[in-house]
Design a protein around this ligand. Sequence first.
Ligand SMILES: *Cc1c(COP(=O)(O)O)cnc(C)c1O
Length: 341
Amino acid sequence: MRKIIDLRSDTVTKPTPAMRRAMAEAEVGDDVFGEDPTVNKLQEYAAQLFGREAALFVPSGTMGNQIAIKVHTQPGDEVIVEEASHIFNSEMAMMSAFAGVLPRPIPSERGFLRWEQIERAIRPNVYYYAQTRLICLENTHNLKGGGVYPLEWAREIVENAHQRGLAVHLDGARIFNAALATGRSVKEITEGFDSVMFCLSKGLGAPAGSMLVGSREFIEKARRVRKMLGGGMRQVGVLAAAGLYALEHHVARLAEDHKNAQLLAEALQEIPEVHLEPVETNIVIFELSTIPAEKLIDELKQRDILALAIGPRRIRLVTHLDVSREDVLYAAQAIREILKQ
Ligand SMILES: *Cc1c(COP(=O)(O)O)cnc(C)c1O
């Protein structure tokens, strides 16, 4: 039997044998007491990679983002988000339910806001207006195709926001993909952000876990909020070991995922029924002109290929650790054949 080619998301990666060994051999302790040596090592390493004072291991990216929002705001504040962002669309209404804040979504073409758009959305200091407190950006942008935030745009936002007394959080679930695509370090492309969340559980291949990085003061508050949410874990070094292994061994190989995504894009580009969006990292998004997305997905499933519908005619394919060059070529060929029928 052929293996299943799972292109739905880079979250589907399974720990490699070497990663499992690192997990099995991890030194552990009670992390609620701050005594898990592997968690501590991971947090120190993450802080150092991002040039920050401290870092915190969290169970999921969603929890990391929501902790950051809670720490940066007070109930009744407004938070500026991009309309297609993960924070606004895929984290329930947690910023309202938990932090008690109001999201102010702003639409954009590729998921990236400019300072001018943000500036127009900041609430004037009038006593009956909710006050803008925080801006959340996303890099790479998931639902708009894995594009990389233009560095100058992000820097301009961070600088101006700080001048206006606003905090800026970065949802950097796939920040290592962004760094690789631009040939810069994560430290360089996240400089100035008040907090950054990134995922170990996506293309980096760990089974679970995300990180928050920021100032020591921010991380101390974040640890308390993590506990409120029930995210204080005990001998969690077994998971942190996977994260450490991922940071040490799986960052450079993201280049393969980007190459495979390009290969897939080139093959799809030649199919007339496919309208491909620009591909910058490991996410490939296209629209179908002739059949519904679900129809193509059903047909692909019969050929052991899994894809995700993100709209009535929109499909997302993601390359990752468990997808090879042969797999993407096979998938592109299958799409071509199905659409020809
Ligand atoms: C995956 C993802 C997250 C976090 O997701 P979890 O499933 O909660 O780990 C946050 N932001 C973006 C852009 C993502 O793609």
